[in-house]
Design a protein around this ligand. Structure first.
Ligand code: ADP
Length: 247
């Protein structure tokens, strides 16, 4: 596969904080429809890497290409418009609005087929909300106030708000933190389903969950990639056991 065929191509990416290289000449390719999990010890640079991809942090050197388009110096909001969605650990939803309204307000403005025709727009938005609500296991909760949802359901709602924008790359930071076993299982199903239409990168510490969802695992250590491949290969790697899995 040529480097131009990947959804995401990160090459020689570097960023320093006060002289400390948090990301050090890192190269990573993510395929479309791939579910990639990034693991590694605290301070390895996992969150910084996602910050660089979504534009929250600017790279000092190297390049980030998304569907072969250069992103490296592009503003964060423009990356969102291009189709990159980022979810942080703490859900940011509108607690006083219903599930339906949270999804509705996340529909990208000005992208409706007939634009100015409010009636058509409303139907188009409603149809999209219904599709997304089903994807995130909240189809029966559309009228529920978001603040009344369980912790797991709030996390799914935030993923749904991102899905309303039809992203081609989703970046998720520890999506199952604080979830019950049942919610974790449903989240695994949800992620497996949504990566059929896009690439998904997940930072995760729960190895059972990683085994359940990952197509490929990238192990980071000290701002670099220590190992990469299917989970069975990565977990048998002595260096990975040494710096991470053995602890
Ligand atoms: P991880 O997500 O793997 O735990 P991070 O990406 O959060 O690692 O952090 C990598 C390193 O970069 C850590 O040493 C962290 O302290 C440092 N770091 C991250 N963001 C900043 C920042 N904004 N300013 C200074 N240091 C930072």
């Amino acid at each position: 596969m040529s480097n131009t065929d990947y959804t995401l191509a990160v090459e020689d990416l570097t960023v320093s904080f006060d002289g400390f290289k948090a990301i050090d000449a890192l190269t990573l390719y993510v395929d479309k429809n791939e579910l990639r999990v990034i693991i590694g010890p605290n301070g390895a640079g996992k969150t910084t890497l996602l910050d660089l991809i979504c534009g929250r942090t600017k790279a000092a050197a190297g390049s980030i290409k998304f569907r072969n388009q250069e992103l490296t110096r592009m503003a964060e909001f423009r990356r969102v418009r291009l189709g990159i969605g980022r979810k942080f650990q703490t859900p940011s939803i509108y607690e006083n609005l219903s599930v339906f309204q949270n999804l509705e307000v996340s529909f990208p403005k000005g992208r409706s087929v007939l634009g100015a025709l409010a009636f058509t727009c409303t139907n188009e938005v409603r149809a999209r909300v219904e599709v997304v609500a089903e994807e995130i296991h909240l189809e029966g909760k559309l009228d529920t106030e978001a603040g009344l949802l369980s912790h797991g359901q709030k996390q799914w709602l935030e993923i749904g708000m991102l899905l309303m924008q039809e992203p081609e790359l989703l970046l998720l930071d520890e999506p199952i933190a604080g979830m019950s076993a049942r919610e974790r299982e449903l989240t695994a199903e949800l992620l497996t389903r949504i990566c059929r239409n896009r690439a998904v990168i997940v930072i995760e510490h729960d190895m059972d969950f990683v085994k359940r969802i990952a197509h490929k695992v990238t192990v980071m250590h000290q701002g670099r990639i220590l190992a990469e491949g299917p989970m069975e290969q990565v977990q048998a790697d002595e260096r990975v056991i040494d710096v991470y899995l053995g602890h």
